[in-house]
Design a protein around this ligand. Structure first.
Ligand code: ZN
Ligand code: ZN
Length: 363
């Protein structure tokens, strides 16, 4: 097995004009390239229609929020008897304009990571998709223990599976996410929900993306174990979910410059989500260092990037970088650090559509 130089690893696909094309990677030993192409009948299930993955020629952002009220804010307001504060996504006209701008910034598709327990409004997402021209994938599931509707406590995992699969089919949901745990160790109900999500994946074929509670450089008591993401994957695997349809999320919020945890995840065949780029839980410069270590280990096919857009200050109308910030603000940092444009496009375009592409199964 030949050694791979840093340069080879970061510029794997070669530069140049064919950068956005889907091609097999002619790369060396030790790299874990996936074959090019998609299985027969594979589609990406967007809210408005099923599209062939090859139609997503620009980047897909696999974890953002276009319709959300942050659940903790709601819970606090309700506890104190105050009205639930407005969210920046309440103004759908603004979100249409901002999403249109993301389209101009080359974005083909955005996955919204909300569901009913985050006040995600499907009608708003449909309007944003129709009027912006950017494909929107909506998701199903539950966020974390403190947001669960009361019936989760009494339902069995199998009953939850039935609900998830039925709702996904009737509402044209294209993924299950973000599925989270609030602390470093799952509660019993979180374990039940993760098991249900895994079974719903196996039954429907739809991909899963998760939320991890990593706090980066900030110390918390008790600390979040480094291996929380691996334990999350244990539960999903035990529930029968397929690794190639899973993205373990918020791994970029780990203080882990040698990419130890991302590499251990990728070795098990899942996508690794660096999906809080531009959020300074870990500084972006450090995220770049971790990504380089991950790419050098040969896992270019398993990296997903997104920004978990959930802050009105980042809207263009407020002088921020906008919803496409993963591509327009973070991407250039990777290129400056030595990642080739072609590799970056492979990550942003090919990986994310491969993650979303499914051959739908009837329930
Ligand atoms: Zn999250
Ligand atoms: Zn999120």
């Amino acid at each position: 097995m030949s050694a791979i130089t840093r340069r080879d690893a970061l510029g794997l696909i070669g530069g140049g004009a064919a950068a956005w094309a889907t091609t097999a990677l002619g790369i060396g030993d030790g790299l874990h390239a996936q074959p090019a192409g998609f299985p027969n009948g594979a589609i990406v299930r967007t809210l408005l229609k099923d599209v062939p993955p090859s139609a997503l020629t620009g980047p897909t952002l696999f974890h953002e929020h276009l319709s959300i009220r942050y659940p903790l804010t709601r819970a606090l307001a309700e506890q104190q008897g105050r009205p639930v504060p407005a969210s920046f996504t309440d103004d759908v006209d603004v979100m249409v304009e901002e999403t249109k701008a993301a389209g101009k910034d080359s974005i083909s598709c955005i996955v919204d990571g909300g569901h009913p327990d985050m006040d995600r409004d499907l009608a708003a997402l449909k309007r944003i998709a129709a009027e912006s021209g950017v494909h929107i994938v909506a998701s199903g599931g539950y966020y974390m223990h403190r947001n669960y509707p009361p019936e989760i406590a009494t339902k069995s995992a199998d009953q939850i599976v039935d609900d998830l699969v039925r709702d996904a089919a009737s509402q044209r949901l294209g993924a299950f996410g973000e599925i989270g745990q609030q602390g470093g160790v799952m509660t019993d109900d979180e374990r039940k929900v993760f098991t249900a999500i895994a079974k719903a994946q196996a039954r429907s074929g739809l991909p899963i993306f998760t939320h991890n509670p990593y706090t980066g450089l900030r110390k918390v008591d008790p600390p979040i174990p480094m291996d929380a993401a691996l334990r999350q994957l244990d539960v999903l695997e035990a529930g029968g979910a397929q690794p190639q349809h899973m993205a373990i999320g918020h791994v970029c919020c780990l203080d882990d410059t040698t990419a130890e945890i991302p590499k251990r995840l990728a070795k098990r065949g899942v996508f690794v989500g660096f999906d809080r780029v531009t959020i300074p839980i870990v500084p972006d410069a450090q995220k770049v260092t971790t990504i380089l270590a991950f790419l050098e280990a040969g896992y270019v096919d398993q990296l997903l990037l997104s920004s978990d857009f959930a802050n009105g200050r980042a809207l263009k109308k407020n002088g921020g970088p906008g919803i496409a910030q993963t591509v327009t603000a973070f991407g250039p940092m990777l290129v400056k650090a030595g990642v080739s444009e072609a590799t970056l496009k492979h990550i942003l375009v090919d990986n994310s559509r491969r993650f979303l592409a499914v051959v739908p199964k009837t329930a």
